[in-house]
Design a protein around this ligand. Structure first.
Ligand code: AMP
Ligand code: MG
Length: 315
């Protein structure tokens, strides 16, 4: 059955339509990366601002070579170690990549997803697939096909590959003369990357080359706060807690424990789903999330929580 679905999905991609695809990070809203009109539809359906570039997904290194004008030994070393996997590498683009994909930048962000359905779709479509997360711009990222349906009911086709296994977006890096810079934290950490390429922590990250790093993102429709920032007089009878250690669980209306084993990877896998569940729950008015130490994967988790909280904190 999945095969049949993949054939239909591949045809849709070839025909310039949009297909929601499972990856290991979050569901993506995919289109033929080499078809500017199809890519334009992604921005339209997501209501994504045109300054925010898309990541291009590939299935083999042949595609990588066609998309970049600056193949680099270091890229190949990183690819060998981390691909397929949740690492996006920003590199000089070739002429076949249009400005709509890169928001006019001379660089393109590329990754090879670690998901059989996604890789097979890219192969059968015969083209790289540009895909941001399959949600409305700024809202909670989708980790199931159902989450996609909720936010983007008009998408041409949704390939259901079950719940994603990583749960948060890829780590994004950019190479400089001295090493790599991190543009977005993810499950692949600085420490792991440093084993392959030196970390360039001294050069300033050029804001123009890292667009889309907004203060507000991943945001639930309901009030969302990190537990540290909750005042003691908050009415907990309508509050849902996203719990990690179990230490804060008393007196909340509802609790979702994202990791019984106190494992940060599980927090990442279950975090967006917990936000979706509370967002849809009529008994919950405010969502509280337990913070974690900002180290390793904890950096990526806190990045998502802060951005989800940003607009609500101002209230
Ligand atoms: P997503 O919203 O998960 O699709 O991630 C897209 C993000 O990747 C953008 O918001 C950018 O921050 C980053 N990105 C993609 N392409 C580039 C690029 N060429 N240069 C710098 N950052 C990029
Ligand atoms: Mg996104």
């Amino acid at each position: 059955m999945l095969d049949t679905n993949l054939d239909i999905a591949a045809r849709y991609i070839k025909d310039g339509k949009l297909v929601a695809i499972p990856t290991e990070t979050v569901y993506g809203l995919g289109a033929n990366a080499l078809d500017p009109l199809a890519v334009a539809k992604i921005f339209e359906l997501k209501e994504r601002p045109s300054f925010d570039p898309l990541i291009v997904h590939i299935a083999d290194l042949d595609q990588l070579n066609k998309l970049t004008s600056g193949p680099d030994e270091r890229i190949l070393k990183l690819a060998e170690k981390f691909w397929p996997g949740p690492l996006t590498i920003v590199m000089p683009k070739s002429d076949i990549v249009s400005d709509i994909v890169t928001s006019g930048l001379p660089t393109v962000g590329i990754r090879m997803p670690d998901n059989k359905v996604a890789l097979e779709l890219i192969k059968r479509s015969g083209c790289p697939i540009a895909a941001p997360s399959a949600n409305k711009f700024g809202r909670i990222s989708p980790t199931t096909a159902e989450h996609v349906r909720k936010q983007l009911p008009d998408v041409d086709y949704i390939l259901d590959g079950g719940k994603t296994t990583v749960g948060i977006e890829s780590t994004i890096i950019k190479l400089t003369d001295k090493g790599f810079q991190i543009l977005r934290n993810g499950i692949i950490t600085q420490e792991e990357l440093e084993q392959v390429v030196p970390f360039d922590g001294n050069s300033e990250i050029d804001k123009l080359s890292a667009p889309g790093m907004l203060k507000s993102h991943y945001s639930p429709k309901k009030r969302f706060l990190i537990a540290d920032n909750v005042s003691s007089d908050l009415d907990r009878s309508k509050a849902g807690l996203i719990s990690f250690t179990g230490n804060l669980e008393g007196s909340f209306k509802k609790v979702i424990n994202v990791s019984k084993a106190n494992d940060l990877r599980e927090y990442a896998v279950n975090m967006f789903e917990a936000m979706h569940t509370f967002e849809d729950d009529k008994e919950i008015d405010v969502i509280i999330a337990e913070p974690v130490e900002e180290q390793g994967i904890g950096k990526a988790i806190m990045d998502r929580l802060r951005k989800a909280e940003y607009n609500w904190q101002q209230e």
